[in-house]
Design a protein around this ligand. Structure first.
Ligand code: GLY
Length: 406
């Protein structure tokens, strides 16, 4: 482990040195190894003040230092235990593992209660999913299988897609949002791990319908697709958290990049990979000079609009995923480099929160049209940042091991 860490650090330092001299962020570059170490120290410290297992970190309001927490039913409840599982993955620290188990446990109720919305995937896969991956705890597997069945109850076979927000039925009788692509991983996983095989077909069909109607010809995505729930006909694309129906809401684009990459990994359908790449290229082509997206690429106030660090972190994970599943070496390098760049910028003083507050990252935007969570730390930014750092750590380790077996 120690040797692995030293090799990883030197590869990263070389990478960072090769890219230095390009602006303010570069003088504060750190490698993923030391950023992960720092993050783990901070997470351990923050755990001391977050002691109630049924309250989950969600955001840090402006001017405050500590996490504002939410209950288990909040769509973000799984991210805090997910952060803890990633911190455990990096550190192997037993007290963090115990905390991860403690915060994962209450989420069980989501799997066994009637489905309130599509976020079951985020809640259960980020908590139980990571816990099962790292521990093999069979009890976790049972919860995940139940959660997949619960999520599937929202599927409308006429539309061929999951209803994302049943509570908005009055406004949009059937609505499917781009974020929902991220919840398919739970269904694909369940279909391979003892769950009903039909979960695979359902998830694949959902991805096809999303690709056909929610991905736009301009290579951006709608946030929400409205469908006729009786005929399945697509009615209209809307925004919900973006600037306008036809604008490019940054985080929505990244849910699409990542979600379609996973759909390709699980099905081998080339069109899903093509879609993920199309969305990724459009996102990369439209990035501002400093490499981190504004909350919506079409906010007319740009450059005086808030950023969304969470979108950069999700984009990094999505692009690492593309690079993992693609065979063309040039494209593999392209998306790995793009993803590394996001991690590098997020690891600079501009985005790391340091001593300012209990989060890992500053500058995310949750729901701008509602005036909520604007330019603040949000838990899912930290979750995907940890994931991206771990992905980078593994990538560099595998690169440095090439040829060693010969
Ligand atoms: N899934 C809701 C959001 O991305 O804000």
């Amino acid at each position: 482990m120690k040797v692995f860490k030293i090799i990883l650090s030197s590869v990263l330092v070389s990478f960072l040195l090769m890219n230095c001299g390009k602006g303010k962020n570069e003088s504060t570059k750190a490698n993923s190894e030391s950023v992960l170490d720092q993050n783990v120290v901070k997470i351990k410290r923050v755990l001391k003040s977050l002691d109630s297992a049924d309250r989950f970190a969600r955001n840090i309001p402006k001017g405050q230092q500590h996490w504002k927490t939410v209950g288990v039913k909040d769509w973000c409840s799984g991210f805090w235990p997910g952060v803890l599982w990633y911190a455990y993955e990096h550190s192997g620290n037993d007290s963090i593992k115990k905390a991860a188990e403690k915060f994962t446990a209450p989420i069980k109720t989501i799997a066994f209660s009637p489905a309130e919305d599509h976020d079951i995937g985020f809640m259960v896969y980020c908590s139980y999913g990571n816990g099962y991956r790292l521990t093999g705890n069979e009890a976790y597997k049972e919860v995940m299988l139940a959660a997949a069945d619960t999520l599937a109850t929202l599927y409308n076979p006429i539309v061929g897609a999951i209803q994302s927000w049943p509570s908005k039925k009055n406004k949009y009788p059937h609505n499917t949002i781009i974020d929902n692509m991220m919840n398919l991983e739970l269904l694909f996983w369940a279909s391979k791990n003892g769950g009903d095989k039909s979960l695979y077909d359902l998830a694949k069909r959902h991805a096809e319908v999303t690709m056909k109607h929610i991905v736009r010809p301009d290579s951006a995505v709608y946030h929400l697709g409205e469908f006729n729930d009786k005929t399945g006909a697509f009615i209209k694309g809307h925004t919900h958290q973006g600037y306008a129906d036809e604008s490019m809401w940054a985080r929505g684009q990244t849910w699409g990049i990542y979600g379609f990459a996973v759909a390709y990994r699980e099905t081998g359908e080339q069109a899903f990979l093509d879609t993920s790449i199309k969305l990724a290229d459009h996102f990369l082509n439209r990035l501002p000079e400093d490499g981190i997206p504004f909350w919506d690429f079409d906010d007319p106030r740009i450059p005086n609009a808030p950023k969304d660090a969470s979108a950069a972190a999700i984009a990094a994970c999505g692009m690492f995923e593309i690079a993992n599943i693609i065979s063309d070496e040039k494209l593999k390098a392209k998306y790995n480099n793009a993803a590394k760049k996001f991690v590098e910028i997020l690891s600079s003083d501009t985005y790391l929160s340091g001593k300012a507050n209990d989060a890992l990252l500053l500058h995310s935007t949750g729901h701008h049209p509602k005036g909520s969570e604007i330019d603040v730390p949000i838990i899912y930014a930290d979750y995907y940042f940890m994931e991206a750092l771990l992905r980078l750590e593994k990538l560099e380790a595998s690169t440095s091991n090439i040829g060693k077996s010969h």
